[in-house]
Design a protein around this ligand. Structure first.
Ligand SMILES: NC(=O)c1ccc[n+]([C@@H]2O[C@H](COP(=O)([O-])OP(=O)(O)OC[C@H]3O[C@@H](n4cnc5c(N)ncnc54)[C@H](O)[C@@H]3O)[C@@H](O)[C@H]2O)c1
Length: 322
């Protein structure tokens, strides 16, 4: 049997401890039945016990995959790492601007993964790597470190990114340039280095984190360069997906809507009313939690999406459809 077929996700208890859900979930099986019948309760308890170790479609497993995520010391990138670990990944590189923060995030991730699980810290090889994605040399050095450590890289996510809100007339050019250097060129350097290393090993999956802003114009805050940068990232993924389609490297885009992370909290800190506005513009009536992206990132990074390239998945509470 192929190693991936043996893989299963961690028990439900470990998943809960990695990150307690902050949004209401479907109530447990027992809560949906209103019966005092002891036999019914016993049956439900036995189903619940069996469900503690859930087998999922093997293609979603991240076991035996080496993953690299940029911008992963915090925010969405960090959540993507958690999702990979929860799906069986044990070899992972957390890439971020400051090496100490990346290393600290790696330690925290291992600690969380071992809580209430049969896994030991030594079962994981998670490293923190300092890298400025706007520098091609820095990205090349980060990939070299990962290749020296693991010998291969299978799934790469380019999540490092920044946003700023200036009207077009007020936006200083040096800041516009910095935004494009990180959000556009950083994604390109990451994807190109990923493909350079993946092609000789037979392929891999690259996910570029764009935004719903690649498809719509956010209101009321002005952010033209960010929106244009994210549209560039989306079309970059499509173009690279075609360029490398026959070489086994798939490139797709994940486009989140408004998610609660440091990036958005910084904007909201200056404008309490803005959150209400964003929520009212979102059909589902709320901002997303980072873990709302877990299913989509595992799908794109894993073999479950093996016939998909150049595509975009939007996870935005319905924002773009109205
Ligand atoms: N939060 C949202 O609502 C939202 C919505 C749509 C898209 N996005 C996109 O998701 C991605 C992640 O956003 P987030 O909310 O997690 O942001 P965040 O600010 O919480 O985290 C971004 C991470 O990227 C790192 N980073 C910044 N510049 C870097 C550089 N030059 N080199 C390496 N690392 C760098 C930061 O240190 C940080 O750890 C970004 O590309 C963002 O545009 C976010």
């Amino acid at each position: 049997m192929a190693p991936s077929l043996l893989a299963r996700t961690l028990p439900a208890t470990s998943r809960t401890l990695l990150r307690a859900p902050r949004t209401p979930r479907t109530p447990p099986v027992q809560a949906r039945f209103n019966s005092d019948d002891a036999a019914v309760k016993a049956k439900l308890n036995s189903i619940a016990a069996k469900a503690r170790v859930v087998k999922t479609l093997p293609d979603f497993s991240m076991a035996n995959k080496v993953c690299l995520v940029t911008g992963a010391a915090r925010g969405l990138g960090n959540e993507f790492c958690r999702a990979f670990i929860q799906s069986g990944c044990t070899s992972l590189a957390i890439v971020d601007l400051k090496e100490e923060e990346a290393e600290h995030a790696a330690e925290e991730l291992i600690k969380a993964a071992c809580v209430d699980s049969e896994m030991e810290p030594s079962d994981y090889r998670v490293i923190g790597v300092g890298c400025d994605v706007s520098s091609e040399l820095s990205v090349q050095q980060a990939f070299r470190r990962v290749m020296d450590t693991y010998g291969r890289v299978d799934s790469v996510v380019a999540s490092a990114g920044i946003v700023e809100n200036y009207s077009a007339f007020d936006y200083p050019f040096d800041r516009i340039k910095r935004l494009y250097d990180i959000n556009v060129h950083g994604a390109f350097f990451t994807a190109r280095e990923a493909a350079r290393n993946m092609i000789p090993q037979g392929g891999g999956s690259v996910v570029l984190v764009a935004s719903m802003s690649a498809n719509i114009v956010n209101i009321p805050q002005p952010q033209t360069p960010y929106n244009a940068a994210k549209a560039a990232v989306k079309h970059m993924a499509a173009s690279l997906g075609v360029e490398w389609a026959k070489k086994g490297v798939r490139v797709n885009t994940l486009s989140p809507g408004y998610m609660l992370t440091k990036l958005t909290r910084t904007i909201l800190a200056h404008d309490q009313e803005l959150k209400k506005t964003w929520e009212s513009l979102t059909p589902m009536g709320r901002m997303g939690e980072p873990e709302d992206l877990a299913g989509a990132i595992v799908f794109l990074a894993s073999d479950a999406s093996r016939f998909m390239t150049g595509a975009e998945i939007r996870v935005d509470g319905g924002y773009c459809i109205i």
